[in-house]
Design a protein around this ligand. Structure first.
Ligand SMILES: [Zn+2]
Length: 313
């Protein structure tokens, strides 16, 4: 039987590139880490094909030194230190799956790209983590990966397939005992919050050459589809901003706003939103959860009895 980590609450996040975790879930990760939960981040690629913002680091780019991957590994480590997250892994191993570039780019076809990886092989790398960590909660993207980037779409597929396979006792038993994740969430952004954020950005003034639009924000959904909202204290919002700053080849932060390499300003959200797509909601119907582990107490009980049955077999 797999040894259990000491933390009672265990949260697993699956992301495509270094920086996605801080942009999407920085507050959530900082808050749960501070509360003593085990927060495990699995990043699927090192983001080798990202565009580099600082001109003095342009040599890292894939058409020059092609050293952006290891550089971003360092940025990610610094971001995790800001969030207080100590358990970070790359899917399989650092560099096992290469950034596939934007949809339609020739890099999509590289045999070492994440996009080309056989789904069940990549999912098996995640099964090993799921069975070791035994998280009650998994967070990943929606089926479009939030905005259609091939690595984000593939990260979604690997996360969902990995969760499915981890629960099947006859799948790769050498990777650990079967384990079923209690709750699965997809990242999202409620439309009203995004629209309000852009109104705030235009009113406040900023240093960016342009402003993004609602359509540039990943995972925008009607407010009614949001099932959980996680707000931390000001210290968690500050940790998120600091973590985003640590990804300085990819993100420029200006107060409560930021820009990616397209130089278009967008709001930096201090509350993060989710859709529960698997598991039992911990809030009464119609209410949003304010804790991703809501209702987990009962499920921990179920997990215990399942383990007892497993041991009896
Ligand atoms: Zn990404």
């Amino acid at each position: 039987m797999t040894a259990h980590p000491p933390s009672a609450r265990r949260l697993l996040l699956v992301h495509a590139h270094p920086d996605d975790e801080s942009i999407n879930n920085g507050v959530t990760m900082a808050k749960y880490a501070a509360e003593g939960a085990l927060v495990t981040l699995v990043t699927c690629t090192r983001g080798e094909e990202g565009e580099v913002i600082p001109p003095e680091l342009a040599h890292l780019a894939p058409d020059r030194d092609d050293t952006l991957g290891p550089h971003r590994d360092g940025e990610l480590a610094a971001a995790m230190a800001e969030l207080g997250v100590t358990d970070h892994r790359f899917l399989g191993a650092p560099g096992r799956y290469r950034d596939s570039g934007m949809m339609g780019a020739p890099q999509n076809d590289r045999p070492d790209s994440f996009w080309q990886a056989p789904l069940d092989a990549a999912a098996a790398d995640l099964v090993a983590v799921i069975r070791e960590v035994r998280p009650q909660v998994l967070v990943t993207y929606d089926p479009n990966g939030g905005y259609g980037h091939p690595d984000h779409i593939k990260a979604h597929r690997v996360a969902m397939r990995g969760a499915e396979l981890a629960a099947q006792a006859d799948f790769r038993p050498e990777l650990g005992g079967a384990y079923a994740i209690g709750k699965i969430y997809w990242n999202c952004n409620p439309r009203s919050v995004v629209e309000e954020g852009f109104a705030r950005l235009r009113a406040a003034g900023h240093s960016f050459p342009g402003v993004a639009t609602v359509d540039d924000v990943p995972g925008v959904v009607p407010d009614s589809e949001v099932t959980a909202s996680i707000s931390g204290g000001p210290e968690h919002a500050a940790a998120k901003a600091a973590a985003m700053r640590a990804h300085y080849t990819q993100i420029a932060v200006d107060g409560p706003f930021f820009a990616l390499s397209n130089d278009l300003g967008q709001p930096l959200f201090g509350t993060e939103h989710y859709r529960l797509v698997h598991g039992v909601p911990g809030a009464v119907a119609g209410d949003r959860e304010d804790d991703l582990f809501a209702g987990i107490g009962e499920m921990v009980g179920m997990e215990e009895s399942a383990r007892i049955e497993e041991a009896a077999e």
